[in-house]
Design a protein around this ligand. Sequence first.
Ligand code: 3PG
Ligand code: MG
Length: 397
Amino acid sequence: MKVLRFKDLVNEGRVTGQRVFIRADLNVPLSAAGEITEDTRIRASVPCIEMALQAGAAVMVTSHLGRPTEGAFKPEDSLAPVAARLSELLGREVKLVANWVDGVDVAPGQVVLLENCRVNVGEKKNKPELAQKMAALCDIYVNDAFGTAHRAEGSTYGIAEYAKVACAGPLLAAEIDAITQALANPKRPLIAIVAGSKVSTKLTILQSLSSKVDGLIVGGGIANTFLLAAGQKIGKSLAEPDLVGEATAVIAAMKARGAEVPIPVDVVCAKTFAADAPATVKAASEVADDDLILDIGPKTAAILADKLKAAGTIVWNGPVGVFEFEAFAHGTETIARAIAQSSAFSIAGGGDTLAAIAKYGIEQDVGYISTGGGAFLEVLEGKTLPAFEILQKRALA
Ligand code: 3PG
Ligand code: MG
């Protein structure tokens, strides 16, 4: 895939003294008190910013945070905590600038953070008026927001259409290269773990993986829908009964290829969704009408751990249980430790997955950690991300 790369522009001396606009993905999870709970995305965005500063550019960086209402900025939408963390990581003060669409004051060698770009009217629907104004702020537009590259928004797509120069930052380029290459010729068995609350939001990835992987481990609400497809009772558990047909089709497609979707043989149940709800391990066949399945059971976890230890390649997206609650974290912890111990090349992505990796301290034992959630899944599916597609178009023009 041919796109202009920021690194090449730097090496050619084309960045010095230029106004550089970097779209990063600094959308990190925040606690109720507004503290950053996981900063992988900020750390991963630093190399591009440093590259631009070292080249002597006037650097503007922006990102979205959450899903705010356009034109109605609220204090909780602010990138202020991100500006503080970025200042620490860069070892210099990063000023946060609000209301920046009509002009930004920044000199070569300086960096400013432009407030939450999703508060700008027209961002989400990629209105040309906004995109043109953003493009006019810079000489070079750099998209380094891999986590948002599956969105065609003003700051990820429109600005790339109008900017004088539009290129890919090092993170965006490295992510797409790493994920594509890992799956181009994977060492087998290739096992994917796709977990999360809803089959509906991950149906296309489940379908696409069912033609590629040797084992497809499902978890969370997704597993509950698969349990229904396997004819099991799930009580009051989160599931999508109207998608049982799709789940059945995925199981059948896997089976036809001699591959499998391991269905949990035991589960951990509670009567209410709460951190202190008493946890009961049950055979999958013994789930009662008033049970909520909140984790896979120890037998299932051990079976899956063995498969992961024997894998050649592992793709991980999503915790298999409610790992935020200690009593329902064992399944996810067992999976995480098995991935860490496995000699397989492992790639992991998604916010909750990164949180689980951090919780169990296995960062060093995962082959590649992606900053993308939805974007990670779409690259795995073999899709060309919109943000990347426009950079390809610009490279051809
Ligand atoms: C993410 O967290 O998945 C990305 O930052 C994209 O955010 P979005 O799903 O709100 O577009
Ligand atoms: Mg998301």
